[in-house]
Design a protein around this ligand. Structure first.
Ligand code: NAI
Length: 337
């Protein structure tokens, strides 16, 4: 039933394990009594059979209307075919900031403890602009686009995020020693924005050095801001520090709307078997609840997830447990206060 305070959201199941993890999250959100109404729309490989495109206009229009989407993973062909639905969605909705908090999960054994960092990745340009051409047969050129506008916007987002979340430090990740113009511009923008946030420490780190530092001392880092390609790679590296893609949330934020999604893929090897771990999408839904200014419900869901992990009795197969998706989901709902 829709009440005056009920928010509509666009639910995009996606492919593979997408429908399974989306269903689990919906059950948890209902269990948490989140005042949400779900508008289901299609996207991904399955959508191609129905609409002839992996991103139907109906889906984009729905997110524009509801202003918020919760999305399962979508399959993308490698080297051929249509551009990834994710990339298109980010472009069409101008979701310029990809934000991935990476935090050690209680009971998930990894090499590191106390990791608590956030990767803020520019989402709209860099080599991902997809501007490529064949110069002569056997020679291909891919163009890296970096603009002052997009770099300033993402750096400002990172500093504002850090200030809002009581973080201490923002690190700009770059390779300006080699790409003096493009990464140099990004760094200039970072420095200018940093001046407006004197309460936050601003540091600069070269991307290859960052990779080494992250595997040695990840607890040194707080908020990291970077261009698109570095962000893609670093965010997966960071997910690996805390137990992999199954436990890390993701979000794509724009000025008008936002889409929250797990960072893992469609897991074709376990799709349809009811074995998927919905934690990543669940934690993405916690970010979504915060964005929707429903902090109490966000805490209720997050605390329940943390409680189940801390107890360690109910775990899915990817984390060495025996529970299936339904049993894990039930455990989260049962742990809710
Ligand atoms: P993947 O993340 O789907 O799978 C890698 C491994 O992790 C598999 O063994 C899988 O079973 C496991 N896994 C992933 N998520 C899991 C979960 N929630 N619970 C339990 N186990 C999980 O990566 P892969 O195989 O490289 O990609 C498969 C497809 O997914 C491709 O078509 C790719 O394009 C797409 N993809 C989509 C993404 C998105 O929509 N955001 C992100 C990454 C990949």
């Amino acid at each position: 039933m829709t009440t005056a305070t009920t928010r509509k959201l666009t639910m995009i199941n996606g492919d593979g394990i997408g429908p399974e993890v989306c269903d689990a999250v919906r059950k948890v959100l209902e269990g948490a009594k989140a005042p949400l109404e779900f508008e289901y729309r299609d996207c991904g490989a399955e959508a191609v059979n129905k609409y002839g495109t992996n991103l139907p206009d109906e889906t984009v229009e729905s997110v524009m209307r509801t202003r918020v989407g919760l999305k399962g993973p979508t399959a993308t062909g490698i080297g051929t075919g249509q551009q990834s639905a994710n990339v298109q969605l980010r472009k069409r909705l101008d979701l310029y900031a990809s934000v991935r908090p990476v935090r050690s999960v209680p009971g998930v054994k990894t090499r590191y403890e106390d990791v608590d960092l956030v990767v803020v990745r520019e989402n709209t340009e860099d080599l991902y602009a997809g501007i490529e051409h064949i110069v002569v047969p056997g020679v291909v050129e891919s163009i890296k686009i970096i603009t002052e506008k997009a770099s300033t916007r993402i750096c400002r987002y990172a500093f504002e995020y850090a200030a809002r979340k009581n973080r201490k430090k923002v690190s700009a990740v770059h390779k300006a020693n080699i790409m003096k113009l493009s990464d140099g511009l990004f760094l200039d923008c970072f420095r200018k924005v940093a001046r407006d946030f004197p309460q936050l420490q601003a540091e600069e780190v070269i991307v290859d050095n960052l990779c080494m530092q992250l595997v040695k001392n990840p607890e040194k880092y707080d908020v990291l801001v970077m261009e698109n390609l570095y962000g893609d790679i670093i965010s997966d590296l960071c997910a690996g520090l805390v137990g992999g893609l199954g436990v890390v949330p993701g979000s794509n934020i724009g000025t008008e709307c936002a889409v929250f999604e797990a960072v893992h893929g469609t897991a074709p090897d376990i799709a349809g078997k009811g074995l998927a771990n919905p934690t990543a999408l669940l934690m993405s839904s916690v970010m979504m609840l915060e964005w929707l200014e429903m902090p109490d419900i966000a805490r209720r869901v997050e605390n329940a997830v943390w409680k189940v992990y801390t107890e360690g009795k109910v775990k899915t197969g990817d984390l060495g447990g025996k529970a299936n998706t339904a049993e894990f989901t039930q455990a989260i709902i049962g742990a809710m206060e």
